[in-house]
Design a protein around this ligand. Structure first.
Ligand SMILES: C[S@@+](CC[C@H](N)C(=O)[O-])C[C@H]1O[C@@H](n2cnc3c(N)ncnc32)[C@H](O)[C@@H]1O
Length: 345
């Protein structure tokens, strides 16, 4: 006899996650082709979308109606009489012409991560990265930065995925007793910019490798913040970090193995005054490693993307920070699966 619980167990979650790439790839393809950017200028009939995006008749309505069913498009009429428009979230976050665009990360997911994740099994069996470095040998940032369009795509992607966290952190963290901030691995300068915008007394440095500087300078100038945010080039593996009251690291520590993580935390400690703060913004995994699925998936992504990188919990961070001399640490949730962990010198 089957028990009631056995009868209620069904395979829908298994199928939903297992076949999730159908939905994921459909949405990523729409982002990549600029469908939501196109529809942000006004609603369009299926045939007009077909012409503007160069699509074939065969999959046209299946593609568009899948996006309706997934909630990214709205529609009146059906097939030949259908008129499509963006759903509210798609219009705000997936229109390339809006500053709220978060599709940079999705473009990178479509163009790089999707094919690389096809080799997850090999990554798990060898422990080796499965990205460009697999054939070309260059370390990840060198490989990414070797051409301008990949560099810009990567920096936009980073900005998109972290923007909500940066805004929230800049607004809720108490900067009253601090005057200077250095964002180590600051990419496009978005965190330094958010802190400066929300805290008029703060002067910030965004610190990253030399190829990133022109893009960061462009962004800071565009935001009118050049008087309080400066761009400094350097290599945090071989050089000291610039001295500041607050050192931030967004999605930096997860790129590296335990040895480099501790070295970077120690460099932050050395660059801070007594009472200074090291602020780490990442998809911090819950201490029991059973709830923050995205943090755990990001750690697998680090297996794909880096030689030794991995994501970590607040307890892991507390251990490393105390080893480096910090007196105490705390954690604060940010948006979605992200948190900040803070160590005070
Ligand atoms: C994953 S990205 C994170 C960017 C940004 N902080 C964020 O949260 O979106 C890591 C950053 O570290 C920078 N980086 C990597 N190696 C570096 C090095 N040796 N010295 C300085 N910056 C480095 C990269 O250029 C990149 O901008």
């Amino acid at each position: 006899m089957e028990t009631l619980t056995e009868v209620q167990v069904d395979p829908s979650k298994i199928m939903q996650i297992g076949m999730g790439f159908f939905a994921s790839k459909t949405m990523l393809t729409a982002v990549n082709m600029g469908l939501f950017t196109l529809l942000a200028t006004g609603e369009l009939a299926g045939q007009s979308i077909k012409e503007k995006l160069g699509l074939h008749d065969r999959g046209l309505y299946d593609f568009l109606d899948t996006l309706v069913a997934l909630g990214f498009l709205k529609r009146t009429g059906i097939k030949e009489t259908a008129v499509y428009s963006n759903a509210e979230d798609a219009d705000l976050f997936l229109d390339k012409n809006k500053p709220s665009y978060v599709g940079g990360m999705l473009e990178m997911a479509n163009n790089r991560l999707y094919p690389f994740w096809n080799n997850l099994e090999e990554g798990l069996k060898t422990g080796k990265p499965q990205n460009e470095t697999k054939t070309g040998e260059a370390p990840i940032f060198e490989a990414l930065y070797a051409d301008q369009s990949r560099l810009r795509e990567f920096l936009k992607a980073m900005g998109g995925i972290q923007m909500g966290n940066f805004m929230m952190f800049a607004q809720v963290f108490d900067f009253a007793k601090y005057h200077t901030l250095c964002d180590a691995g600051g990419a496009g300068g978005y965190l330094a910019a958010q802190v400066a915008m929300n805290n008029q007394h703060m002067r910030c440095v965004t610190f990253d490798l030399p190829p990133v500087a022109p893009v960061a300078k462009e962004n800071i100038t565009m935001m009118g913040l050049s008087d309080r945010v400066s761009v400094q080039s350097g290599d945090f593996l071989t050089e000291d970090l610039p001295k500041a009251d607050v050192i931030t690291m967004g999605n930096v520590l997860h790129d590296w193995g335990a040895k480099e993580k501790k070295m970077l935390i120690k460099k932050a400690y050395d660059a801070l005054p007594q009472g200074g703060a090291l602020v780490v913004i990442e998809n911090i995994i819950d201490d029991n490693r059973s709830v923050n699925a995205f943090g755990l998936l990001m750690s697998l992504n680090m297996n794909i993307e880096t030689p030794e990188g991995f994501d970590f919990s607040a307890a892991d961070f507390d251990g490393w920070a105390k080893e480096c001399g910090f007196s105490h640490t705390s954690a604060m949730p940010l948006t979605g699966p992200s948190s900040t962990v803070i160590a005070i010198k």
